[in-house]
Write a protein that binds this ligand. Structure first.
Ligand code: ADP
Length: 204
């Protein structure tokens, strides 16, 4: 029997870490499907078709890797495509708790399906799509973090955002607003802290 796995995720955008895992997975499975989750509740930077196009181009060199999209339960999709395993990446201990919960829940839902964890090369262990989006949105270099094609796509996105979003603001303001768009809670943190300190000062 052929060993078939799915590698599900958001891939917004796909990174060199994802690619590293795809390469490792392609060596231990006969067939690997990179499966982009279509999640209408998320507000992604790249559309599903943009992510699919980037992943197809990144994985073109692997004979046994294909790209697909799905919505709903991962285990249902895995059954539909007759995969026996779900491939997931573990970067650091911080990934472990969430991934373990998800793997155990998936096992409860579908006992015959195994989750296989793989670790990327150490140099990718700090890399996430969220960080790539943040760095790109603040104008930092992402060349070593994502393939060249994704660098280009990120540049195009940022150009559009700058033309239509931040044209009237100074560099400083536009940076703060970009940070707020990417991580609203974190961008607001210092202000909240500032307010707390001020109110504490007022009380004393
Ligand atoms: P999700 O939203 O499902 O976490 P991601 O696209 O962020 O989707 O990640 C998909 C899978 O790839 C997850 O298992 C995640 O742990 C793994 N992954 C993400 N970045 C890396 C990386 N740098 N190295 C190895 N695995 C990674």
């Amino acid at each position: 029997m052929k060993r078939k796995a799915i590698y599900p995720g958001s891939f917004d955008p796909p990174t060199n870490g994802h690619l590293d895992l795809i390469e490792r997975g392609s060596k231990i499975f006969d067939e690997l499907i990179v499966a982009i989750l279509r999640n209408p509740e998320k507000d992604p930077l790249f559309s599903v078709s943009e992510r699919r196009q980037m992943l197809e181009s990144m994985t073109g060199g692997f004979d046994n890797v294909s790209v697909d999209t799905f919505h709903g339960l991962t285990v249902d999709y895995a059954l539909r495509v007759e995969a026996q395993a779900i491939l997931r990446g573990i970067r650091a201990i911080s990934d472990y708790e969430y991934e373990l919960q998800m793997a155990l829940m998936n096992r409860k839902l579908q006992p015959g399906l195994e989750t296989v964890f793989m670790m990327p090369a150490a140099k990718y262990s700090y890399l996430s799509s969220r960080l790539v989006r943040e760095v790109a949105q603040l104008g930092g270099p992402v060349d070593c973090l994502v393939p060249e094609l994704v660098v280009q796509k990120l540049r195009e996105k940022m150009d559009v955002a700058n033309r239509f979003g931040d044209t009237y603001a100074g560099a400083h303001d536009s940076e703060a607003r970009a940070a707020e768009r990417v991580a609203p809670e974190r961008a607001r943190e210092p202000k909240t802290q500032e307010r707390k300190t001020k109110s504490r000062k007022r009380k004393s």
